[in-house]
Design a protein around this ligand. Structure first.
Ligand code: BES
Ligand code: MN
Ligand code: ZN
Length: 523
């Protein structure tokens, strides 16, 4: 059985840190609580004071008998989101007069919450998680004054930064995330549940993408999808093997997978809601699932190949978002279509110059076997359109290095001709912090993909055209046949060189929360 994602527990308790009786007081006095975390906010523009008091901080100061604002000021805190300072209170020598804080948790964490925006609170939550590693239980009032969106962002940040990359080997794991977070103040259970669903989706996507490719292959991914869906009611999983793919004419997916010792698969994960309503849609999420990308005969150089175990991040995000939609019991049908293959290097592989027949009959001149993503996606898009009759299709793929060249690692490139769809995805990006930047499907560049021996070439024939991310999107567009469609090129944000705020080092799980949120807000 595959590991499931075991996240820290988050609970909410009514009350305040100033109380001497009741549940919160019990937790404060209990040995399990090792830290109390309070917010420090940035002053409003024009405000003379340096730091802003926030709910709970004054209560905590009273309860502890310590001037926490003075402490924050002396620690040099500015209140910026993501700042965190840990104050470890001293124990007094035996026989001396007991300090005011005796019996209370010995660690106080002062956390900057900036302007209190969703982004700021997500960063505050992440900073809190990093400051509370290895602890059993932390009490916090950070989101006590926030609305449900704020609570959701805080908890999401906390859970996302609690993710740890699995390590292989005998060395001690060392750091473990804080096991339990208690929100003191209101009782915003739906916000906590929503944050947990989002974080669980990201954890799943990260774990799948971080798994090394000596473990991860198309059949392995298919089993992981089965295992993950097995615990989510309302979902079904179909796995199609290479014989089925051949029988149905998946010329792109089969060619890309042909050099590998582990043959391709098409995985279809479906969530059909029990209750629909007016406006219920059928959404198909198509995710690029290359379990390793050597480039094939157009081989990558050694450095470029190193991170290519994450070339199935799109499939992981599409799977995770579909399961999140099911867990939330959304009124829309959501189907993830995941073309999985290893783009290996070997004598049985496809070659530059080959002409492939794709599922819809389009013939493709292979000019570069490293432009494999668009070939597997073309077949998947065709299959989705023909057999699922979707209202809207979004594909998500680590498709081009060019997208990273243009936008860096903090934005996905978003392509669509549908303005309303673009606005929805941009809103989901703003809500989740998984940012997108809309790019143009420049019609003039279609000509760049013309071939003299086939209907289309898989890369631009003339290198002077540039716009590698745009031409890749234009290639995919050919297979959408007018169905409302958006394409997310996540080659940049799917990986991060180092951990920052809620983003983890290595595989980031980018796209899972973005897509889940888009589905959640779909009217
Ligand atoms: N998986 C890569 C894209 C990629 C590059 C993802 C860097 C993440 C980081 C994709 O299959 C690829 O190799 N694309 C080529 C396309 C080119 C041959 C037209 C690229 O970007 O170089
Ligand atoms: Mn490639
Ligand atoms: Zn690739």
């Amino acid at each position: 059985m595959a590991p499931t994602e075991v996240l820290p527990e988050v609970v909410a308790e009514r009350g305040s840190l100033g109380q001497r009786t009741g549940r919160v007081a019990e937790l404060l006095d209990g040995a399990l609580t090792q830290a109390v975390a309070v917010p420090v906010a940035q002053p409003a523009p024009g405000d003379e004071s340096e730091l802003q008091p926030r709910a709970g901080t004054a209560d905590a100061a009273t309860r502890y008998g310590i001037d926490l604002f003075d402490l924050a000021q002396r620690a040099g805190l500015t209140g910026a989101a993501g700042e965190a300072t840990v104050v470890d209170l001293p124990r007094v020598l035996a026989g001396r007069e007991a300090p005011t804080w005796v019996g209370l948790p010995e660690r106080i964490v002062l956390v900057g919450v900036g302007d209190g925006s969703r982004t700021a609170l997500r960063r505050a939550g992440a900073a809190l998680a990093r400051a509370c590693e290895n602890l059993d239980q932390v009490l916090t009032t950070i989101a006590a004054e926030s609305d449900d969106d704020g609570v959701r962002a805080l908890v999401e940040g906390f859970l996302l930064a609690s993710y740890r990359v699995a390590r292989v080997g005998r060395r001690e794991p060392g750091r473990r995330p804080c096991a339990r977070l208690v929100l003191v103040g209101r009782h915003p259970e739906p916000a906590v549940a929503a944050a947990t669903r989002g974080a669980r989706a990201t954890w799943l996507a990260r774990r799948l993408a971080a798994t090394p490719s000596n473990v991860k292959n198309p059949a392995w991914f298919a089993e992981e999808a089965r295992a993950a869906a097995a615990v989510v009611p309302g979902t079904t999983v179909e796995v199609h093997d290479e014989a089925w793919l051949a029988e149905h004419g998946f010329g792109g997916l089969l060619a890309v997978g042909s050099a590998s010792a582990t043959p391709p698969r098409l995985v279809v994960v479906d969530y059909t809601p029990v209750r629909t309503r007016g406006g219920s849609r059928h959404v198909v999420l198509v995710g690029k699932g290359i379990t390793f990308d050597t480039g094939g005969l157009s081989v990558k150089d050694r450095d470029a190949m190193v991170p290519m175990k994450t070339d199935m991040s799109g499939a992981a995000a599409a799977l995770a978002a579909t399961l999140a939609a099911a867990s939330a019991e959304l009124p829309h049908r959501v189907t993830a279509v995941l073309p999985l293959a290893e783009n290996a290097l070997g004598g049985a592989g496809y070659r530059p110059g080959d002409v492939l027949s794709l599922l819809d009959g389009t013939t493709v001149e292979v000019r570069n076997t490293d432009a494999e993503g668009r070939l597997v996606l073309a077949d998947a898009l065709t299959w989705a359109r023909r057999s699922l009759d979707p209202d809207v299709v979004v594909d998500v793929a680590t498709l081009t290095g060019a997208a990273t060249m243009g936008l860096g690692r903090r934005h996905a490139a978003l392509y669509t001709e549908d303005g309303a769809l673009a606005a929805q995805l941009e809103a989901a990006a703003a809500a989740t912090g998984e940012r997108v930047w809309r790019m143009p499907l420049v019609p003039e560049y279609r000509a760049a993909l013309e071939s003299t021996v086939a209907d289309v070439a898989n890369v631009a024939t003339d290198p002077k055209v540039g716009a590698g991310s745009v031409t890749a999107a234009l290639f995919l567009e050919r297979f959408t046949d007018g169905v409302p469609w958006a394409h997310l090129d996540i080659a940049g944000p799917a990986r991060a060189p180092k951990a920052e705020h809620e983003v983890s080092e290595g595989a980031t799980g980018f796209g899972a929360r973005l897509l889940a949120r888009w589905l959640e807000d779909l009217a």
